[in-house]
Design a protein around this ligand. Structure first.
Ligand SMILES: [Fe+2]
Ligand SMILES: [Fe+2]
Length: 254
């Protein structure tokens, strides 16, 4: 079950209800995680990741909409409500390609998502409108990884939001030392992520860390996701360690 922060957007409520009443959609997230988490020992790419990315994306969109215009409003004269539909649906479906393989998963997600978009949005829009939604949502999904730069606000936000599921819970797999890497150790040091209105830039992403290794998440992962989105001047990321630095590992061996 996922909980979307719908802010009374009736279309988001309809999507949330549909997803929660159709186990086959939830199965995509479970099967994605069998590949990503169970077989490849990566961090979580299941339902929790999807929920976090969708809600953090919506938070970013709600803060950025004063300064930037979503693609579906700019080029198709659709409503702001529909921009939230594009972003949330793209977030829900962006990692479904993992059911085939992690490698090239953003491409593998496209045909899967194309079918599911018809299912999720088919009652809300006519056939012609559905083509527009497919275009906007599939563009966002395709560009959530680094090589293809996003060309819409919704796509840019999805790519950034995908990098914000970094709290220690996301390691969400075993603590076996043999599987530990700078990815898992740095993730274990992230206590909290907050998205708030900023001063110099419209958005501040405020990160609370227990250990300096968390900087890896920002410097190596988040930085690459923000670069090329056009949001570099709109998002300020800051981290702090509150109190004493916490020890995360006792020893490490190769
Ligand atoms: Fe992905
Ligand atoms: Fe993802």
């Amino acid at each position: 079950m996922i909980e979307l922060e719908t802010n009374d957007n009736p279309k988001l409520e309809q999507i949330e209800t549909y997803v929660n009443n159709h186990p086959h959609i939830q199965q995509y997230w479970r099967s994605a995680n069998v590949i990503a988490k169970d077989r490849m020992k990566l961090n979580d790419h299941g339902e929790k990741h999807i929920e976090i990315v969708a809600n953090r994306g919506l938070s970013l969109l709600r803060l950025l909409k004063e300064d930037l215009t979503p693609g579906i409003m700019e080029d198709y004269d659709h409503s702001y409500e529909d921009a939230e539909v594009v972003l949330a649906t793209a977030a829900l479906l962006h990692d479904t390609g993992h059911i085939i393989h992690r490698y090239k998963h953003s491409e593998y997600s496209l045909p899967i998502a194309a079918d599911l978009i018809e299912e999720l949005l088919g009652d809300m829009y006519d056939k012609q409108e559905l083509v527009i939604f497919k275009s906007e949502i599939l563009h966002a999904i395709q560009s959530h990884h680094k090589k293809a730069n996003p060309l819409t606000l919704e796509a840019s936000i999805l790519r950034v939001a995908d990098s914000l599921d970094i709290e220690k819970g996301r390691a969400r797999h075993d603590k076996d030392l043999s599987n530990q890497s700078i990815h898992s150790i740095s993730a274990m040091s992230i206590e909290n992520v907050d998205i708030v209105r900023g001063d110099a830039k419209p958005v501040t992403i405020s990160i609370e860390m227990s250990n300096s290794s968390g900087i890896f998440q920002m410097d190596q992962l988040m930085r690459k996701k923000i670069e090329g989105t056009g949001l570099e001047d709109h998002i300020h990321v800051r981290a702090e360690i509150d109190g004493e630095e916490k020890k995360i590992v006792d020893e490490y061996e190769l």
